[in-house]
Design a protein. Structure first.
Length: 139
């Protein structure tokens, strides 16, 4: 798999929420990913979080639709967390300010594991930790 991008919960939520402040930007980034035929790694923990958030904030039906779209996608590849990645995420978490979530640390750990700096997400923590928010930090 060459040049994968790791996706964060914030990207999924923005892609699916027309009222989200990053909706248009996320649509543009999503189109660019497809145009460039890039693989997108979905950490298993992110998949779970996305479905839970949509289920709570929108509806169970919307969560099921989103899950089906992710599971049937040829671009999105769900990868489960290994003990190595979990430990790396925890080491990152211990060094972060309180504003950075453990989930964000998982995303960064996945980026390290897949030897990429590119993350499809909107959290400033990614940039501050030396990662590139795809379509935002570098055009």
């Amino acid at each position: 798999m060459s040049d994968p991008i790791i996706i964060d919960t914030s990207a999924f939520i923005s892609l699916g929420t027309i009222t989200d402040s990053n909706y248009k930007r996320s649509q543009t980034i999503g189109s660019r990913i497809q145009k460039e035929n890039r693989s997108v790694i979905v950490p298993g923990d992110i998949f779970t979080e996305v479905i839970n958030v949509i289920g709570k904030k929108v509806s169970h039906k919307a969560a099921a639709i989103q899950a089906n779209e992710i599971l049937s996608s040829k671009t999105l590849i769900i990868v489960e967390t290994t003990p190595k990645i979990r430990n790396l995420a925890f080491e990152k978490f211990k060094k972060q300010p309180a504003s950075v979530s453990f989930t964000d640390c998982f995303v960064m750990a996945f980026a390290d594991e897949f030897e990429t700096k590119e993350i499809f997400g909107f959290d400033e923590a990614f940039r501050k930790n030396g990662y590139v928010r795809f379509g935002i930090d570098r055009e």
